[in-house]
Design a protein around this ligand. Structure first.
Ligand code: SF4
Ligand code: SF4
Length: 217
């Protein structure tokens, strides 16, 4: 994982893809003095934090964005004075798979596909067809919107109750459906079909995960 220095080097260093010329190695500054006054840019922190790592969060509403039904349910709970303990997720407690109408069989995956590589059939579980659908590890509440339109769930509702690390939970679920006991074959299946595992498994949850930036010399 990258820190501020490596990101700035990749973007602003002379000769980089985005900044072919920067002989004075100008980098973004928080404050810049101009004749008109002081200009400010937001501080680019070295580490990305979750909201809960920064302020105390009263309640979480899952979804990106939360569906109208979830917002309405939260309003009803507030009005009725029936909010759960502070810090709770105001959502359902099952998974997207539980809401999904696709037919399911025993999952045995020999190959993963990117979404642009196949057109899946509209009845069968997308994961069984080799599309990495995150519904198996993702909190319900959307009505399985994405699988309903032939697109795999990407996990925007986050993990279910008791899941400390969503990406690890998803990896565990995916690992259990790969149809091989051979370490080399498993490695090839993952490398061929999931070229960006961190981006795939931690799309919405990296900052809150157990992963930390790799140590540098
Ligand atoms: S398509 Fe996705 S959400 Fe639906 S059953 Fe399969 S894994 Fe679960
Ligand atoms: S199917 Fe998954 S990605 Fe799509 S809205 Fe529901 S939780 Fe979010």
């Amino acid at each position: 994982m990258n820190d501020r220095q490596s990101i700035f080097d990749a973007v602003y260093k002379e000769g980089s893809a985005t900044t072919p010329e920067n002989p004075e190695d100008v980098r973004p500054q928080h404050e810049t003095q101009m004749p008109e006054g002081t200009l400010y840019l937001p501080v680019f922190y070295d580490t990305l934090k979750t909201l809960a790592q920064t302020v105390e969060v009263d309640y979480y509403l899952p979804g990106c964005p939360p569906e109208a039904e979830r917002i309405w349910a939260a309003i009803e709970a507030i009005v009725a004075g029936k909010l759960p303990p502070r810090g709770s997720v105001l959502g359902l407690h099952t998974t997207v798979c539980d809401e999904c109408k696709r037919t399911r069989h025993e999952k045995k995956i020999k190959k993963f596909y990117r979404t642009w590589q196949i057109i899946p059939d509209e009845e069968t579980c997308l994961l069984e067809q080799g599309l990495l659908c995150c519904g198996i590890a993702t909190r319900a509440g959307c009505g399985a919107l994405c699988p309903a339109v032939n697109s795999p769930c990407i996990g925007c509702h986050g993990g279910n109750d008791g899941v400390e690390d969503y990406g690890a939970r998803l990896q565990s679920a995916v690992a259990s459906v790969i149809d091989s006991n051979d370490a080399d074959e498993i490695e090839r299946i993952i490398a061929d079909g999931i070229p960006d595992p961190v981006g795939t498994f931690y799309r919405f949850s990296l900052a809150g995960s157990l992963l930390r930036r790799s140590k540098r010399d």
